[in-house]
Design a protein. Sequence first.
Length: 744
Amino acid sequence: MAGGGENSRSVRRQVPLLLLFSLYGQIASEHIHYSIPEEMEKGSIVGNLAKDLRLNNREIGNGNLHILSLGKKQYFTLSAENGNLYVRERIDREELCGQTAICSINFEVVVESPMNIFHVTVEIQDINDHAPRFVNGDIKLEISESSLKGTTFLLGQAEDPDLGVNSLQNYNLSTNQYFILEVRERKDGKKYAVLVLNKQLDRESEGSFQLILTALDGGKPAKTGTAKIWITVIDANDNPPVFTQKVYTVKLKENAPKGSSVVQVKATDRDKGSYAQISYNFSNIPEIAHQKFYLDPQEGTITLKEALDFEEIEEYAMAVEARDGGGLVAQCNVEISLLDENDNAPEVILASLSSPIPEDSAVGTLVALINVNDRDSGDNGKITCDIQHTLPFKMVSASNNYYKLLTDAPLDRERTPEYNITVTATDKGNPPLSTYKTITLQISDINDNCPAFEKPYYTAYVPENNPSGSSIFRVKASDPDVDQNAQITYSIRNSITEGLPLSSFLSINSETGTIYAQRSFDYEQVREFQVEVRAEDGGSPRLSSNATVRVCILDQNDQSPQILYPSQGVEGSSLFEMVPRSAEEGYLVTKVVAVDADSGHNAWLSYYLLQATEPGLFSIGSHTGEIRTSRAFLERDAVKQKLIILVKDNGQPPLSATVSLNLVFAENFQEALPEISHQPSDSEYQSDLQFFLVLGLSFDLLLIPPDSDSGHSHEDSAIREPQIPAVFCSCSPFKQHGHFPTKL
Ligand SMILES: *[C@@H]1O[C@H](CO)[C@@H](O)[C@H](O)[C@H]1NC(C)=O
Ligand SMILES: *[C@@H]1O[C@H](CO)[C@@H](O)[C@H](O)[C@H]1NC(C)=O
Ligand SMILES: *[C@@H]1O[C@H](CO)[C@@H](O)[C@H](O)[C@H]1NC(C)=O
Ligand SMILES: *[C@@H]1O[C@H](CO)[C@@H](O)[C@H](O)[C@H]1NC(C)=O
C-alpha cells in the first residue's frame, strides 16, 4: 500500500436503500446497499445490518439471522450478537471485478422464523493501489535515418488495473530534441503512446540514444511507471510495410473449435529482396489473449490455441506488427468479439426449504427459496422458472434471480402427504436449455378429522341368558389422521336412564371397541335398549363422534308351558269333569288352557294325550287343546276315566308340562258324586304328577308382555298359526329410547 490511501478509507455508509418489492402475499424483500473501499482490514465494520433492517434483538438472536452461503465465497461475516457486518478477508477489487466499472458483491441474508430474505449489495470502490506498469519492459527501436519527420513509432501501452482516474491517464517523455510524444486512445478507452519523429535523425552524429517514457495514473498523488526506450538509428533506405487494413474486426463464436482460423492479417512492402520479407508478430497483446491465439509469423493467420468462453471474456484486442527485413515496422489492431452461444444450462439451487409444513398452512406460506442463474448472456441467460401446474403451489419471482415457492391452495395431508415439486428453469436460448430440480415436501398432520364409526347405527343381537362378562359386539371407528391424532379411545356415554346407569348393562374396551355384557339378560324382562358409544381421538383438541348401538335380546326357550286350566288341585287332587253318558262322538268335554312366557316358536304350544284309561275314547286338538269324545260311551267302558295331557312348546329343545284330568260318565252330578269321592291313590299316575310338579313354575303373570301370548289358545279359536317375525327383536331402527326393564 503506498501512503496517502488511508484517508479515503473512511467508510462511506449510504443510507440503506429499502426497496419494498410488492410481491404476492405479505412477503416483502428488502434491499440494503453499502459502499466500502477495497483493501479494508479484516474485521472492519461495513455496517449494522440488524439496525438497517430494523430487526430487534430477539429476531437476530439464536443464529436467526445469517448469510445464505449457497457455496459461494464469503467476503463478509455477520455477528449474531449485534448484527454487525464485518469484512472477512481483504477484498481486492481488481481481482474480483477486473476492469468492470461497478464492482459489487451481492448476497442474501435470511431471517428464520418468520422466514424472510434480504438482499444485500456491497459496492467495492477502487483505491489507487496500483501503479501503471509497462508489461513488455523496456522498448527497443531501430529507426532508419531516412525516416521522415512525422513518422510514428508505436511504443505500446502500460497497464494499471485500477479504475477510472486511478487508472492510466497519461504518458510523458523525457526531454529530447528528436521526438515528441502523442497519446492516443484505443477503441476500448485504453491509452497508448506513439513516438513521433520531430526532427530528421542523423546516424553519423548520434547512432543511438535512450529516452524515458513515463506512464501516469490520475490518483492523488499519482503513481507512475517508467520504461526505457533504446533507439538505434540504422542506415537504410526503404519502404515500410503497409497493412491492408488498420483494424481487423472479427466476430467469433465462443464454441469455435481449437485450431480454427480466426483472421489473416496482411501487410505488403514495395521493396525488393529481404527488405520486402515480412514477418508478423504480436506487438501489444494481453497475456490472456496470448494464451488463446497463435499468429503464424509468415502467413499472418491467427488461429485458436485454446477453447474460448464468452462468460469469461467477451472481447480480445491485440496489435500485430509487420516487420520487413530492413527493420521497418507497421502495426494494425485486431479486435475479436465473441458471440455468446447457449452453452450453459440454468443452475437451480435450493437456498432454503421448510419441510414438513403443517397441512393447515395458510395460502401464501413460504415453502422454499430457490436461486436460479445462467452464465450465458442476453436471451441465453434469461430464465423462466416454473413448477407443475397441477400442484397447490406456485412460484413467485423475487429480486436477484430468486424465486419463492408459496402455497397456492389449502393442503390436506390425508389426501396428499407428500409432494414432489419439480422446479423447471428454462433459458430463452435457441434451442433453450432447461434444468430440473425435484423438491420433496412433506405435509405434517393436524387433527382435522373426527374419528368415524363404520355406521351411525349398530344393532347387536344377544341371546338371553348370556354369561355375564361375555363379549357381545364390537364397534369400530377409523380416523384418517396419523399417530396421536388417529389414536381412538372408545367409551360408552354413561347416561342414567330410568334410574340405572348404563354401565350396569354394558362396558366397552376403550382400545378395541369390544362391548361386554355386564349381566345376563332376560328377554322376558328386557327386550331391547340402546346406548350411545363415543370414539375420541388423541389430538389436541380431541375430536369425537357418536354412534348408537341398539341391543336386541333374543328369546331362548327358557320357559316351560304353564297350564292354567285345569288347575291342579292341592296335593295332587285332580279336578273332575262330568261327561253325559249320552254324549255323542265329537262332544266337547273340556279345553286345556296353557301359556308360555317365551315368544315366537318358543311359545307355540301343542297338546297331546299322553295316557288314557280307555285309549280311543277321547281325542285332543293338538293346537286347540280341546278334548272331545271320539265315539259314543259304551256300557263296557269304565265310568271313571283318567287322562294325562302333555303340553309342549316348539323351542329347541322343547319344554313341556303335563296335567291329569279325571272324567266321570254320568247323567247328572248326583250320579257322579260317589265316583268322585272314591279316590284311588293310584301310584301309576304319580310319576307323571311329579313330572308336572317339577315343571310347575313360579311364574309371574304380570311380567308377560301383552303380545307374547301367541301360544295362548282362546275358547273360540280355530287353529291359529303363530305369527313368528323373522327377527324377534321388534324395535324400529330409529327409535330414540330403548325399552328398559320395569323390574330388575
Ligand atoms: C513531463 O516531463 C517533463 C520533463 O521531464 C516535465 O517538465 C513535465 O512537467 C512533465 N509533465 C507532466 C504532466 O508530468
Ligand atoms: C515477438 O515478440 C515477442 C515479444 O513481444 C518477442 O519475445 C519475440 O521474439 C518476437 N518474435 C519474433 C519472431 O520477432
Ligand atoms: C417422490 O419421489 C420419491 C423419489 O423418487 C419417490 O420415492 C416418492 O414415491 C415420490 N412421491 C410422490 C408423492 O410421488
Ligand atoms: C354426541 O351425542 C351428543 C348427545 O347425543 C351430542 O350432544 C353430541 O354433539 C354428539 N357428538 C358428536 C360429535 O356428534
